[in-house]
Ligand binder design. Structure first.
Ligand code: ADP
Length: 608
């Protein structure tokens, strides 16, 4: 057992020396005052362990013993200085610590050179004074670090706790070895003490150089939060500003920093957390001595920055958080870029709407004048026209009316997007609306087409904006004719059932490929194929139709087979259904004589 204790003692010494070398190397690689203080504390501790091996147990050298005492005291003192790097000591505390160090060195001197052979009680008191001084130097930082670690991210917290814990156990072991010396004479107790001290070495080592596996284990508890942060950045991005604010918040939180900010490519502070705008601008301009950790943000217009103002324990305890921040930066850049694109698209949309608005309103006036003159020409009010003149006037009249329709559609679309479109709902019979729509498209029904109305016998009461509903149905009818260039039958079937009225316009025309269906109802959405490219249109009719239908509680759906024809159906709530839902009652049936028509939420080959 004695032999085992001796081996353990050698192992402990070797471990402390290895620890000293490791921390010295780290200090050499990352020279900073804080690293330096920790390195000196551990190197001097290793020196104490090493000198102990060289001392002869029977005839110890007083010089070596004194050097050992000084190194021991210095190791504690350096721990205090290490703490001073993070949480500066007050002036009085510093003076007190210096006095304690001086007194303890003198006590150590007396111990080795004067009282070497004194009474064991005196020796115990002296030893207790020396260990007490060391315990004060190290104990205070231990408590500070432990308390401070509570508010830090997982890895920083664990590292500080390992350091504090390691030194705390050392204090306990040292006191125990003096106070319970006789008990520890027992070889088993000695071996256990050695093993405990041996276990401290890796604990202290991981506090300044934690292996990645350990870091990952520590971080596990935070992993979900980090994932949520990343997701937040990539999914939740209402605008750049909000995104930047969240990015800083997470960066500060994940790094255990004291504050942070994001700058745009032009150096402008986009968002900040924990500091005011002035200080953030100063830090961004680099005109402050504070410790700022910067990760570049690669943005299209240049390089921005995600910066955090180092917390007390960053970067010494937060080195890996900093590398994590660099990875985090990629997500932030991507998020910022995405929201920029979204914002730009929104701006383009607004411009488009403004243009639509402006152009359509500016065109309306001149076209009205043209229409007036053309109809006067046609009517012979401006003089008698010969045959060619009458033909020309007819062509002009039809073209001017096309222009007029286009302008009206543009104005309606602009109104819709501005939110300025007000409906004028009136109670109407849907059959009448359909008849009026059919009349309005009568001029485009040529000899190759037939337009058949299939109307129920009973009234179909709806509460709609009659003019606009007529326009929606008119557009479906004129499309059915326009997109069946080879001719064919166009039928318009009106039905009502279960509180829903429907107007289904079917044709035997070109049909639409399934993959093109989604674009039909988008603004300016046209399906261009060799068969349709020569046909005129704006791509606004169905867009407007669906929006207007939805504003009235309905919708437009489509079922189409390429090459065979299409059926576009306008669904609208019946007036009884509107009244029913207004009264909080269930939609009423419209009567047995009315046949089945597809309900609003009908599944099938239609778009939504
Ligand atoms: P426009 O007819 O002015 O182009 P619409 O919004 O009314 O605009 O229609 C959008 C597109 O949907 C048309 O360009 C056409 O490609 C397609 N479409 C509409 N109705 C039919 C139909 N009955 N048959 C085939 N394609 C159609």
């Amino acid at each position: 057992m004695t032999q085992a204790a001796a081996v353990a003692q050698y192992l402990t010494t070797a471990a402390f020396v290895a620890l000293g070398v490791a921390v010295a190397y780290r200090w050499y690689r990352q020279p900073s005052r804080a690293q330096g203080m920790l390195a000196l504390a551990l190197i001097t501790l290793a020196a104490v362990a090493l000198i102990g091996r060289f001392q002869s147990p029977t005839n110890p050298s007083p010089v070596l013993a004194f050097i050992s005492v000084v190194a021991f005291l210095a190791s504690g003192y350096f721990v205090l200085l290490f703490r001073n790097e993070f949480i500066p000591l007050g002036r009085r505390t510093r003076i007190a610590a210096n006095v304690l160090l001086g007194v303890s060195i003198v006590v150590g001197f007396l111990d080795t050179f004067v009282f070497a052979r004194a009474d064991p009680f005196v020796l115990t008191v002296i030893l207790l004074e020396l260990i007490g001084a060391w315990a004060i130097f190290t104990g205070e930082p231990i408590i500070r670090f432990w308390l401070a670690s509570n508010t830090l991210p997982a890895v920083q917290r664990a590292r500080m706790r390992f350091l504090s814990g390691g030194f705390a156990v050392l204090i306990v072991v040292l006191f125990a070895s003096v106070l319970a010396r006789s008990a520890l004479q027992n070889p088993t107790a000695g071996l256990i003490t050695q093993l405990i001290v041996l276990a401290i070495v890796p604990a202290i080592y991981v506090s300044f150089a934690p292996p990645s596996l350990l870091r990952r284990i520590w971080r596990m508890s935070e992993e979900n939060e980090v994932r949520a942060a990343m997701q937040d950045l990539l999914i939740f991005s209402p605008n750049r500003q909000a995104l930047a604010e969240r990015a800083v918040y997470w960066a500060v939180r994940l790094m255990g920093a004291s504050a942070g900010f994001v700058t745009d490519a032009d150096g402008r502070v986009l968002a900040m957390y924990g500091i005011d705008a002035d200080r953030a601008s100063n830090l961004a301009a680099g005109s402050s001595g504070e410790d700022v950790i910067v990760a570049p943000l690669h943005l299209t217009e240049g390089q921005g920055t995600l910066a955090i103002v180092a917390g007390r324990f960053t970067p010494v305890f937060g080195a890996d958080e900093i590398s994590q921040m660099r990875a985090y930066e990629v997500s932030v850049s991507a998020g910022l870029e995405r929201s920029r694109v979204i914002e730009r698209m929104a701006a383009i949309e607004t411009n488009k709407t403004q243009f639509l608005n402006l152009a359509s309103h500016e065109l309306r006036g001149p076209v009205t004048v043209l229409r007036g003159y053309v109809s006067m020409l046609e009517g012979g009010l401006l003089g008698h026209l010969n045959e060619r003149g009458r033909k020309a006037a007819a062509v002009m009249a039809s073209k001017v009316s096309e222009m007029n329709e286009l302008i009206e559609e543009m104005i309606e679309a602009a109104r819709l997007e501005d939110g300025a479109l007000a409906l004028r709902p009136v109670e109407a019979d849907l059959r009448d609306v359909v008849r009026a729509a059919a009349e309005s498209v009568a001029p485009v029904v040529d000899s190759a087409h037939t337009l058949d109305l299939d109307l129920p016998e009973r009234r179909v009461r709806v509460r709609v904006d009659a003019d606009r509903t007529k326009a929606i149905i008119g557009n479906l009818m004129s499309n059915a004719i326009k997109y069946s260039p080879a001719g064919g039958a166009v039928t318009c079937q009106v039905r009502a059932r279960a509180g829903i009225a429907s107007v289904a316009v079917s044709d035997e025309g070109l049909g639409i490929a399934a993959e093109s269906l989604p674009q039909l109802f988008t603004r300016f959405g046209r399906v261009i194929t060799p068969e349709t490219e020569h046909l005129k249109g704006t791509g606004l009719g169905l867009f407007l139709g669906r929006q207007l239908a939805r504003m009235q509680g309905g919708d437009i759906t489509v079922i189409s087979t390429e090459g065979k024809g299409s059926t576009f159906t306008l669904h609208l709530p019946t007036a009884s259904a509107t009244e029913g839902s207004e009264n909080g009652a269930a939609p009423a049936e419209t009567g047995p004589s009315e046949e089945a028509s597809p309900p609003l939420a009908q599944p099938g080959a239609k778009t939504d």
